[in-house]
Design a protein around this ligand. Structure first.
Ligand code: HEM
Length: 220
C-alpha cells in the first residue's frame, strides 16, 4: 500500500518490506517526478498484465533466472523492454505536462507567421505525446513503439536543449533498478474496484485519490 511518509515522500509497504520513495515537495524537479513516474508505470503494468508478463520474462532472461542478484549497469542496459514500458507510461501519463520558455529570437512558423522575440511560449508535452503523426493509435498503450527510433524531439519527457533535465541519467538508473527489484519479486495487480486513479494534469501529473495497487509475492 502507498502511504505518504513525512513531507511529501511515499512509503510502499508490502508485508514486512518497505520501500520509501523520497519526493520532498521542495524538490519537484527531482525525486518527486521520479516517484510519480514510478507509480504511474506500476499502475500501467497492473492495467496491462500481458505487458507486465513480458517485462517479467525479460527480467528472468537478464538475470539468467538468478532473480535475487543486484542489477549491474550492464543488466540495466539489457532491460530494453522495461525501458520502453517506462517511456510508454511517460507518454500516456506525462509526469511533466508542460514547460515554458521566453524567446530570445523571433521564431518563424511553418506557415510564415512570426512569434516575436520576448514572447512567452508554453510547450504542451501532454499534447505532443498523443500526436497521431508520431504515435499511431495514440490511445493504445503499446511499449513496442519505443523499440523503434522516433523523430528527434518527438518525445521529450525530460525536455531538450541547454536547460533540459540534468537528472535524467540518474533518473533512468534509479527507475529501472527500482522497478526491476519490485517486478522480480511481486506481481502488480490493480487496486480494489472504485479506486481507479483520477489523474489531474497540472504541471506535474498527480492522481487526486492516489495510485492504489495490490501486490502479490512471486513464487520462485
Ligand atoms: C522521471 C523523472 C524526471 C522527469 C520526468 C523530469 C523532467 C524534467 C523536465 C521536463 C525538465 C525541464 C524543465 C524545463 O525545460 O523547463 C527538468 C528539469 C530539471 N530536472 Fe528533471 N526530471 C526527472 C528527474 C529528475 C531528477 C532525478 C533530478 C535530480 C536528481 C532532476 C533535476 C532537474 C533539474 C535541476 C532541472 C532544471 C534544469 C535547468 O533548469 O537547467 N530531474 N526535469
Amino acid at each position: 500500500m502507498w502511504r505518504r511518509y513525512g513531507k511529501g515522500n511515499f512509503r510502499l509497504t508490502v508485508g514486512s518490506e518497505d520501500w520509501v520513495f523520497l519526493s520532498d515537495a521542495d524538490d519537484v524537479g527531482g525525486h518527486y517526478t521520479m516517484t510519480m513516474t514510478l507509480s504511474h508505470t506500476l499502475y500501467c503494468l497492473a492495467k496491462y498484465p500481458e505487458v507486465q508478463e513480458r517485462v517479467y520474462e525479460e527480467q528472468l532472461s537478464v538475470f539468467n533466472n538468478d532473480i535475487s542478484k543486484k542489477p549491474t549497469q550492464q543488466d540495466l542496459s539489457e532491460m530494453k523492454y522495461l525501458e520502453a514500458v517506462i517511456k510508454e507510461s511517460l507518454r500516456v501519463i506525462p509526469t511533466i505536462t508542460k514547460i515554458g520558455r521566453q524567446l530570445k529570437n523571433d521564431v518563424v512558423l511553418k506557415d510564415g507567421r512570426i512569434v516575436p522575440a520576448g514572447s512567452s511560449v508554453i510547450i504542451f508535452i501532454e499534447a505532443m505525446s498523443v500526436d497521431p503523426k508520431v504515435f499511431s493509435q495514440p490511445e493504445d498503450y503499446n511499449p513496442d513503439r519505443f523499440l523503434n527510433n522516433l523523430p528527434q524531439f518527438a518525445f521529450v519527457p525530460f525536455s531538450a536543449g541547454p536547460r533540459n533535465c540534468i537528472g535524467f541519467r540518474y533518473a533512468w538508473v534509479a527507475m529501472k533498478t527500482t522497478l526491476s527489484n519490485i517486478l522480480r519479486n511481486y506481481e502488480i495487480l490493480p487496486g480494489e474496484p472504485g479506486t481507479e486513479p483520477q489523474f489531474k494534469y497540472r504541471i506535474v501529473t498527480e492522481s487526486a485519490n492516489g495510485v492504489k495497487l495490490r501486490l502479490k509475492k512471486r513464487k520462485h
